[in-house]
Design a protein around this ligand. Structure first.
Ligand code: ZN
Length: 358
């Protein structure tokens, strides 16, 4: 059975109670619209300022039921294996006891399994295909679809798509509050759930990698999502207002700048994750730049990687969207297989990422 919101929270508490020396519960400051408090479980024996960190997000989209369960499952596997000094195996993707120790003792993994608990509760009890959070509808709007914001359109990165993208760019976001799927919200980072993720990054400057787990394409996406990547023209970037009228078009010779070395790192880590996914039962998620699906605005992956470009004091964060499995809510026996794929991928990220630390 998929975990409900209360079970996710009690799992976080139980894991910390069982493994107090290798974990810490972190409570972000902003309660949700329905008054829920969500928490992170940090897995690692070292203090947050001592070692690099990876932020792992799940449940941003309510109907994607697998990611929160996958993150809880991996946290439990890691803590238990570390405690027993054993390895972990997901099909042919195996990790030795030494590798488990390396992850738990030389990194901090910040598990944030259920970023959007209001949405998940609504999806699991009332409307299975619900995607957004549960921001109350604007005054006078009574349609059910007028509730909620797509949190993965609400981050402060090219958020105002109407002024930042070409009119004919196929950006999948909307300024209409009653859009049932991709309403971007009344302002960038307007939502408490969005601000909790921002807070996690602000508060833990040693976080250098981020994986936001979604379903169900499947694919592993790396930066950028706003436009096609290019490594030749640094001035063609998200801060260049001269590009506002043309941003997001395919194959027009204008793209988002990413330094060659960063692109190499981003793709290399994604390939290691995909190798680990394949080892579980042979499924090939594939690796693409996020733009490969469609141009995106206000997403967490581009926001996270853009932070160091806006604020030179901010840490560079390589960010991924892992679209796992091929159904939002498959039978749980299938969900368990997808969870193993996610676990293998994230362990591969944790083992290979430190080589790219700075
Ligand atoms: Zn999603």
């Amino acid at each position: 059975m998929y975990l409900n919101v209360a079970e996710i929270e009690s799992a976080i508490t139980a894991l910390h109670d069982s493994f107090p020396d290798a974990s810490k519960v972190i409570t972000p400051p902003h309660p949700t619209h329905e008054g829920r408090t969500t928490r992170l479980l940090r897995v690692g024996t070292r203090q947050t300022d001592e070692v690099p960190g990876i932020l792992l997000l799940g449940g941003i989209h309510a109907r994607e039921w697998i990611p929160p369960d996958a993150l809880i499952s991996l946290a439990a596997d890691l803590l238990e294996a570390h405690d027993l000094a054993t390895g972990l195996g997901y099909g042919a993707s195996t990790f030795t006891a030494a590798q488990v120790a390396q992850v738990v003792e030389n990194l901090n993994l910040f598990f944030f399994p259920c970023v959007n608990p209001d949405g998940r509760a609504f999806s699991q009890t009332t409307s299975a295909m619900w995607r957004k959070n549960r921001r109350p509808a604007p005054a006078g709007s009574t349609r059910p679809s007028c509730v909620g914001v797509d949190l993965n359109r609400n981050f402060d990165f090219l958020w105002d798509h109407t002024s930042k993208f070409a009119p004919d760019a196929d950006v999948h976001t909307s300024s209409a509050p009653c859009h049932a799927q991709v309403y971007r919200g009344p302002a960038a980072a307007s939502e408490p759930e969005t601000r909790n993720v921002v807070w996690a990054l602000d508060t833990h400057p040693r976080i250098q990698w981020l994986a936001d787990v979604h379903s169900a394409v499947p694919v592993i996406l790396h930066n950028w999502g706003s436009d096609q990547n290019q490594s030749t023209t640094p001035t063609d970037n998200f801060r260049n207002i001269d590009l506002d009228a043309v941003r997001g078009r395919p194959d027009d010779g204008i793209g988002e700048f990413i330094p060659e070395r960063d692109l190499e790192i981003a793709v290399g880590l994604a390939e290691r994750m995909n190798d680990a996914v394949r080892g579980v039962r042979g499924v090939d998620y594939g690796v693409e730049a996020a733009y490969g699906l469609y141009p995106t605005s206000g997403t967490i992956d581009d926001y996270a990687y853009s932070r160091h470009l806006i604020d030179p004091a901010a840490t560079k964060v390589f960010a991924y969207t892992i679209e796992c499995g091929d159904k939002f809510q498959p039978a749980f026996s299938e969900a368990e297989q997808v969870m193993r794929e996610v676990s293998a991928a994230l362990l591969a990220l944790a083992l290979n990422a430190p080589e790219t630390a700075f």
